[in-house]
Every structure is written in structure tokens, then in C-alpha cells.
Design a protein around this ligand. Sequence first.
Ligand SMILES: [Zn+2]
Length: 333
Amino acid sequence: MILKDRNDIKWQNLLLVLWGCALIFFSKGVNAEQNNDKTSSQAISQKSVTEAPKPLEATRHKEKLWAYKRKHFNTYNLKDEMEIGRRYMNQQIGEFHDKKVPVDPVEWQPIQKRIDGIVKKLSAVSDIPQFKYEVHIFDKKDIVNAYCLPGGKIGVFTGLFDEKKGLIDLKSDDEIAAVLGHEIAHATMRHVTRRMTTYNGLGVLGSVLSAGVTQGAGDNWGYMTEQVFNVGTSLYFPSYSRKFEKEADRVGLYYMTKAGYNPQSAVEVWQRASERAKNKSKDDKTSFFDSHPASGERAKDLRGYLPDAESIKKEARLRQIIRGEIDESAPEK
Ligand SMILES: [Zn+2]
């Protein structure tokens, strides 16, 4: 019995080994087949690339279009963003009240309403429509500027519309949309908090500060914001790197086009900026020309983005048609 058992075990072992070999052989065969499949599918896809390049090109184009939406490391959340903006706007308005600078003056109300309407359209098509967008007019004719704080609080200086020294034509909604689209893009691309995150050194301090933002305190808070805002002039313009300026130019152009404004106006505004910047004094640290150096290169870059902007507009329209928001026969804006 014992012997028979041993023999049985031997046979069982042999069968197991054979079964294992068969499995390995079979799986290799399958793998080889799969590899063949891959190679053949690669061949087909390569073939289709040469025969019909359009779909792949379209995909690449689409990827390029949305590249700006890639995720960025940020230790702040959208609630923090809105709190930062609210605080700085309150501080700004408070300081202007003390200095008797008119904020939201009655005579500017019709224009403020118009600007509100433009901001509404731009923010609706932006990447963060849920921010609490709000426009304030500061009657300071010596300052040619506008900004959008984190979270969507917007300040517009009346000097922006000055016929000689200003930058944009008050009568043109397209031009207003070009400048505000750019400023809103700084907020939706979260440039201030991305910069603050970098300062925090991989966000270790960020979590502390983030808590401080909502609790309303912290010495670090003052230090941090001094690095990001141009303080010292009692004007709270955020300052941005060239990289962020480029991003805001491009994204702002997409927003204004999607919202139905003429993107060509952005090119014209930046062309004008490069001409007017030549006359600005070196000490002028408060103007748009100082925070937005324009050498003609920006206008050139924007011109290159015009076809992308049109594609985005078409895609947005298509989505609206699919959702039943507009009829296919509705005229394109
Ligand atoms: Zn900018």
C-alpha cells in the first residue's frame, strides 16, 4: 500500500510537471499571438496614420487646446481663494474710502452695469463659474489698470478708459472683454494661490495658512501675501510671472471668444499696449503697462491662438446644441 501510494505520488508529480509545462507553452503561444495582434494593430494604426492623418491630427489638436487645464499642485481650495479675494477687496475699498477715492460712483453706474454684464458672460464660460464674481469701479484717472483677485473680485480703474493715456475704448464691449477675460483667467488659473503654494515649500506651511485664511489670522499670512501682491502702494494688484501672463493671455482669449466677443480685439489691445508702454514713465508701478510688459510679442502670440479660440467656440456651441440649450439653426455669434 505504501509503495503503491509512493508510485501514485510520483505519477501525480509527473502529471503536475507536464501540466505546468503545457500551461507555460500555451500561455507563451497566446502571448505571442497577442504580440502579433499588437504588432498587426500597430501596423494598422500606422497605416491609418499615413492614409488618413486627419483624425489623429484632430486628437493632437484637441489635446493642445485643453493642455492649459492640466492639474496644478495647490494647497488652497476654492473657498480659500474666495476668502483671500474678499479680504483684499475689502482692504482696498477701505483704504480708498479713507483717501476719498470714489468707489462705485453713481455717475459710473451705467458703465458698471455694462461691465457687470460682460463679466457675467465671461465667467459663465470660464473654468470656474462658481466663483462670486463682483465688479468695483475705482475713480482714479491716473491709474490705467484693472485686476481680478482670487475668487473673482474685480477692480477697474477709470484711468483704463482715458482717451490718451488709457488702454481701451470705453465704447467697445469687445475690448473690455479682452482685458477682463485676461484678468479673470488669472483667477480661474489660480495664479495667486499657485504662487503662494510654491512659496510655502511644497505646501507644508500651506495647510497651516489655509486654516489661517478662514480663521482670519496669522503672521505668515501678511508675509505670504506681501510676496504675491504689490503692497506698499496701497493698491492690491497681484503680481504675476511671465509664464502666468502668457497663460492668462491665452485662456482669456478663449473665454472672450466663447462668450461671443471678437477675439481680434485682444490682438488690437495688446498692439496698442506695446505702443503706449513706450510713453510710460519708469516710476509708474501702478499701470497695466508695468505689470503687463508688452513688446508686440504678446499680440503676435495671441494672433497664433486665434484658430484655437475659434475651435473652442465651435465646440462650446456644439455642446449647447447637444444639451438642447440652443437650436442648430440659431445663428453663430
Ligand atoms: Zn495679467
